[in-house]
Write a protein that binds this ligand. Structure first.
Ligand code: HEC
Ligand code: HEC
Ligand code: HEC
Length: 189
C-alpha cells in the first residue's frame, strides 16, 4: 500500500517520468534507468546536497579509503539486488528526492533536519533484510577481527544471529542518534 502511495505521489513529477515509464514498460527500460539512478554520479552529483554531506562522509570513511581500492558505491549499500527490491528501494529514494523538491531542501543545513529520519529508515531496512547489502561483500565466517573485543562480539553475533547494522552503525556517514525503534532492536540482544 505504501509503495502505491509513493508511486502515486511521483507520477506527477515530470523529472522522474523516465522511471515511471520503466516501471510500466518493464525490465529493459527499467534496467537502464535503474543503472542511472543507482550510480554514485546520480546520487552525489545530480543531487547536490548529497555531495556536500553523505558522499563527502563516505569518501572520508573506512569504506572510502580502503587500502585495496575496493570502494563501495552508494547502490552497493542502498539498493537491493533483485529487480523488485530495486523498485521498492527506488520508490523510497524517489520519495526522499520528492520531499526534497517539495519541501525545498537544497542546503546541507536543511538536509540535517531530515537526516535522523533518513538514517533510521536505512538502519531499519538493514535490520529487516539481515544486512544483506553488507553481505554481498563481507562473509561473516571469514571476517577475522584483529582485537579481542571484535573476536568476542563476532562469536556472539554468529551464535545469536545478530545482524551487522546492530553493531556497525555510524560507520559510513556522520554520527546520527539512534531512534527508539532502532535502539529497541539493539537492546534486544
Ligand atoms: C558501506 C555502506 C554504505 C555506502 C557505500 C553508502 N552508505 Fe549511505 N548509509 C549506510 C548506512 C549503514 C546508513 C544508516 C546510518 C548509519 O548508521 O550510518 C546510511 C545512511 C544514509 C543516508 C541517511 C542519512 C544518514 O546520514 O544516515 C543517506 C541519505 C545515505 N546513506 C546516502 C548515501 C549516498 C548518497 C551514498 C554514496 C555517495 C552512500 N549513502 C553510501 C551505508 C552506506
Ligand atoms: C562493495 C563492498 C562492500 C560493501 C557493500 C560493504 N563493505 Fe565493509 N568493507 C569493504 C572493504 C573493501 C573494506 C576495507 C577493509 C578490507 O579490505 O577488508 C571494508 C571494511 C569494513 C569494516 C572494517 C572497519 C575497520 O574498522 O577497519 C567494517 C566494520 C565493515 N566494512 C562493515 C560493513 C557493513 C556493516 C556494511 C553494510 C552496511 C559494509 N561493510 C558494506 C567492502 C564493503
Ligand atoms: C555483536 C556486534 C557485532 C556484529 C553483529 C557484527 N560485528 Fe563486526 N565487529 C564488531 C566489533 C566490536 C569489531 C571490532 C572493532 C574494533 O576492534 O575496532 C568488529 C570488527 C569488524 C570488522 C573489522 C575486522 C578487523 O578487525 O579488521 C569487519 C570487516 C566487520 N566487523 C564486519 C562485520 C559484518 C559485515 C557484520 C555482519 C555480517 C558484522 N561485522 C557483525 C562487532 C560486531
Amino acid at each position: 500500500m505504501r509503495l502505491l502511495k509513493w508511486i502515486g505521489g511521483l507520477t506527477g513529477l515530470a523529472a522522474f517520468a523516465g522511471l515511471a515509464v520503466g516501471v510500466i514498460a518493464g525490465a529493459p527500460v527499467a534496467d537502464g534507468v535503474d543503472r542511472y539512478f543507482s550510480s554514485n554520479a546520480f546520487c552525489a552529483e545530480t543531487c547536490h546536497v548529497m555531495t556536500t554531506t553523505v558522499a563527502a562522509e563516505l569518501a572520508e570513511s573506512i569504506h572510502g579509503t580502503t587500502k585495496t581500492g575496493v570502494v563501495p558505491e552508494c547502490s552497493d549499500c542502498h539498493i537491493s539486488d533483485n529487480l523488485f527490491g530495486a523498485y521498492v528501494d527506488h520508490a523510497k529514494g524517489m520519495r526522499d528526492l520528492y520531499s526534497k523538491l517539495v519541501k525545498g531542501i537544497d542546503t546541507a543545513e536543511e538536509f540535517e533536519t531530515v537526516r535522523f529520519e533518513a538514517a533510521n529508515r536505512v538502519r531499519m531496512h538493514l535490520v529487516n533484510n539481515d544486512s544483506k547489502n553488507c553481505r554481498t561483500c563481507h562473509v561473516m565466517e571469514k571476517i577475522k577481527p584483529e582485537r579481542t573485543r571484535g573476536q568476542r562480539q563476532h562469536a556472539e553475533a554468529q551464535e545469536k544471529n545478530i545482524t551487522c547494522i546492530v553493531c556497525h552503525y555510524d560507520l559510513v556517514h556522520k554520527e546520527t542518534p539512534l531512534s527508539e525503534e532502532f535502539e529497541a532492536v539493539v537492546g534486544s540482544y
